[in-house]
Design a protein around this ligand. Sequence first.
Ligand code: AMP
Length: 515
Amino acid sequence: MNMAEFLARAARACGERPAISYGEAVHCTYEEFARRAGSMAGFLREYLGMKPGDRVAITMKNCPAFLEVLYAIWHAGCCALPVNAKLHPKEMAFILENAGARSCFATSDLMGTVSPLADEIETLESVMEVDTPEYRAIQSREAIPIEPRAPDDLAWLFYTSGTTGRPKGAMLTHQNLHSMSLSYFADVDPVSENDCILHAAPLSHGSGLYAIPHVYKGANNIVPESGGFEPPEIFRLIEAYPGLAMFAAPTMVTRLIQSEAIRDADTTNLKVIAYGGGPMYLADLKKAMEALGNKLVQVYGQGESPMTITVVSRERHVDTAHPRFEERLASVGVPHTVVEVRVVDAGDNTLPPGETGEVLVRGDVVMKGYWNNPEATASALKGGWLHTGDVGVMDEDGFLTLKDRSKDLIISGGSNIYPREVEEVLLRHEGVQEVSVIGRPHPDWGEEVMAFVVPRDGGGVSEEELDGLCLEHIARFKRPRAYRFIEALPKNNYGKVLKTALREMAEGESRENGG
Ligand code: AMP
């Protein structure tokens, strides 16, 4: 099983169909895509001397060449190492070195960062810029046959976003990506060669993973010319392409519906937005459904079980007649078809419905382990189950609701407080744009609740109003004891709020105050 076989299959079945588009122009057909992958694989193996299993890095912003290089790497039997283009140069260097990358393909904007690494990192022998005459030349070499791969062979080394500590490389095999693709068809959206996916989110992460099921079916992969996420461009591309799917972080969905461009946009062509990667607050979700209609599917996954743990289907987003409709909307849904999910106590014993514990996952989509890190692998995969580090609760119907990462849990006076619950309440205030709640050390209570609030432009919001809202909706002990109004929340490159940075800000304040 080699992911490249599915590209070859698509090239045979619908070779003349567009495979990759750049904005509204066809970049290559399936026949051309598969041929290029074979030629570039020849370059990797014969010219660069890469061996099966060698790690080849992709440090590129979103562009058509990303997918060409990805499939060339698989065709050659190597392991892809896609690196988020927005990382700090030091973080990039760490990942390339940790993975022992032997070669790297980069977009021109990143050459200045990546080329010098060839001198610093012992394993790194070559860095090649894409979209140059030399790059195009390697696409016309003679193609080599696809290197056979076992299901357990590595396909993608996926570095976790590292909101705490150093990122770790989750080893994703060809089998893992195959299971993820089958689950996409079963649980997220069926795909045909008349459909397409718009890569508005980083290809090094969820959007790139979701390219795979689309290649299986010969669907078009559209890369925005901006290489990023610009709502007016997104709406223009939606109008140009029928049957369009898109992966988006919750913050992207919110930006889309808050953008001016949505007013005149015709979103008929939009088939599905799969959103996930972080919590979607109920208030935002309702606004998105009002603006876009029945096109939303929520996915909960993590690098270690790519895009595939639980899902809320399109149908469940609009099942308003169900007595627990709201709870289900606020949940992350039911397990994907290809996995088992349970919630356990500290001894890994399954908890009854309604009780909160760590979320465990088992199935063919779960990673093989962490690269070169047997201790982390042993603890993450203890007993054959992936320990996600996420805290959640399963209801009687099998719907999982995530609380928070265990490290974000606040313990005040011996009581557990889930920041998400407090955040949901504060977001009900019209004047609140964004909010994040953390625990700060307290001499008597252990921790106390503190809220960082980003006010909406011209919204007007006061501490008293927010306190009143909390008194109305949640237990008194969960109320924030301190508020800080700030311009923006610290976020990582995937838009996840960095609670660690907020905790540091809070500690800094208390040191200044002699606490
Ligand atoms: P990453 O490995 O970088 O994709 O991060 C995965 C983490 O993001 C998960 O372990 C969750 O904590 C969080 N996450 C992913 N999807 C969701 C979702 N739908 N709702 C809430 N949190 C999510």
